[in-house]
Design a protein around this ligand. Structure first.
Ligand code: ADP
Length: 491
């Protein structure tokens, strides 16, 4: 599809949505409120989805509960086959997903075509198949005369609350493992990015039994909150900010239900003087500007060995300046707009509120004359650990660069954060890399690379970056419970 065909398709699709997908069909919302959807490249309205009510959530959870018993009894192979058919349908609608993801989330079309939708499909294939062969705890005859078996069972009804930075990828990372092991689900996409999830759930509805996968559109405080505290939801899988994650976790704990929380990050990138600087800088800039830095693992908090500081700043400037900021649908664009006017305001306020000692040596000001939510690649120097720009997640194309004196200083600065999602180390010294990988308090450590992810490897947030694991077999197991059955073999 060309850019103009993509815009026509997205607005036609958005205007066709007048309800939630519940129990296998589009169902009118019981609320008369709406959420407007905008194209971040232009600031223009694309369409709307219902701002659903608590009653809509009740209907959807009921449908998921009704479907759960028979879905759980379906053989793993049959569930896998059904999920592969959903992946086939997504593949057949590849260009539609590209259009929706670019227009809804403001992602550059080249990256979405080349990386994002292919990795969504790859994740679907992995999750669909891997659910067939989960490991269990050992069974055996642990006491005289009795035999134990250990069963892994689905938890029941899963609520999936997804963020706006990777709308379809995050939806798939929750839906596919949860369904593969026999749960049913109600998904709530983020307010600003409902469209790709709508198409996914609609296509899945042509393959899966009614009620297995439902979507309810709406706001976090109404629909997200109702899902988090619903007595008939067994587990909430949430990705978003620490502040919202706390609310979801508290609501879930109130009902003694499990919450899997994938929260923010503020990823330290440790760049040693002995690193292969050109390739390190390539990886860092790519990892910092991908998705305009709206990534909880973005490579934007740089800690650089003093001896190479000047060289690093030069290299960063050169590389950042080669990125093309523009309309997400332009194939030349490599940095798109931020996702929403609210996100642009947040990034602009953080960069605008720098302390006097800090300065932006590149970028630094929003570009809104075309109506889109643009913020250019920005490099900030002079800020330190306690400044907000360093201490908190920026979620924009904004690098901060600090220096460290030695390994101990690097380690101390990297670990001095409330976040614990990811870190990267760039060095050619094996001892430094090994010591640091053991001492850094983050769920993912990259060495001489950054932001390389595949569904087989786990994502775990340490410290305040979350609870539980996504992706990999460990991620599947989060959606299961363990049952012990003991038989007296003498009777
Ligand atoms: P942001 O502030 O950038 O929108 P959030 O963490 O608030 O990030 O949003 C992530 C997801 O959490 C979205 O789907 C949002 O609607 C949802 N959400 C927001 N508030 C709540 C809440 N109180 N309870 C449950 N979900 C919520």
């Amino acid at each position: 599809m060309s850019a103009s065909e993509q815009r026509v398709y997205a607005s036609e699709y958005a205007s066709s949505l007048d309800g939630n997908f519940i129990g296998g069909q589009w169902t009118r919302s019981l609320s008369s409120d709406w959420l407007a959807v905008f194209d971040p490249s232009t600031g223009q309205n694309v369409g709307r989805v219902p701002a659903s009510s608590v009653e809509d959530v009740n209907v959807a959870v009921h449908a998921a509960r009704d479907a759960q018993k028979s879905w759980a009894k379906t053989a793993p192979g049959a569930r896998a086959q059904a999920l592969h058919k959903v992946a086939d349908a997504v593949e057949a609608h590849f260009e539609e997903f590209v259009a929706l993801e670019c227009i809804d989330a403001g992602k550059p079309v080249s990256a979405v075509r080349k990386d994002e939708i292919p990795s969504v499909i790859d994740s679907m294939r992995y999750f669909a198949s891997a659910g067939r062969g989960l490991s269990s705890l050992a069974g055996g005859d642990y006491m005289e005369g009795v035999s134990s078996t250990v069963r892994r069972e689905p938890l029941g009804v899963v609520a999936g609350i997804t963020p706006w930075n990777y709308p379809i990828l995050q939806a798939v990372s929750k839906i596919f493992p949860a369904l593969a092991v026999g749960n049913t689900m109600v998904v709530k996409p983020a307010e600003t990015t409902p469209l790709s999830t709508a198409l996914l759930v609609e296509l899945a509805g042509q393959v899966l039994p009614a009620g297995v996968l439902n979507v309810v559109f709406g706001t976090g405080p109404v629909v997200g909150d109702a899902l988090s505290r619903h007595p008939d939801v067994d587990v909430v899988s949430f990705t978003g900010s620490i502040e919202t994650g706390r609310k979801v976790g508290t609501a879930a704990a109130d009902g003694v239900k499990k919450a899997i929380l994938e929260l923010g990050g503020n990823t330290p990138v440790l760049l040693f003087g002995d690193a292969d600087l050109p390739s390190a800088l390539d990886a860092i800039v790519a990892g910092g500007l991908y998705n305009a830095g709206q990534d909880c693992m973005a490579a934007t908090r740089l800690l650089v060995e003093e001896s190479v500081f000047d060289e690093v700043i030069l290299g960063l400037k050169e590389r950042c300046s080669a990125f093309v900021l523009g309309d997400a649908l332009d194939p030349k664009t490599t940095v798109g707009p931020l996702n929403s006017s609210a996100q642009l305001a947040r990034v602009a306020a953080k960069v605008g509120g720098l302390p006097d000692k800090a300065t932006a040596v590149l970028g630094g000001k929003a570009e809104t004359d075309t109506g889109g939510y643009f913020f250019p690649p920005t490099i900030i120097v002079g800020a330190d650990q306690t400044d907000e720009i360093v201490a908190e997640e920026i979620f924009g194309p904004v690098f901060t660069v600090q220096v460290f004196a030695d390994v101990a200083d690097a380690e101390a600065k990297a670990n001095d954060t409330r976040f614990g999602l990811a870190a990267s180390i760039f060095t050619t010294h094996l001892g430094t890399a090994t010591r640091m990988q053991n001492n850094l308090n983050f769920g993912t450590i990259w060495i001489n690379t950054h932001l390389v992810i595949s569904p087989e490897v786990p994502i775990s947030g340490f410290a305040m970056s979350g609870l539980g694991t996504e992706n990999s077999e460990a991620g599947f197991l989060e959606f299961t419970r363990v049952k012990h059955v003991m038989v007296d073999s003498r009777i």
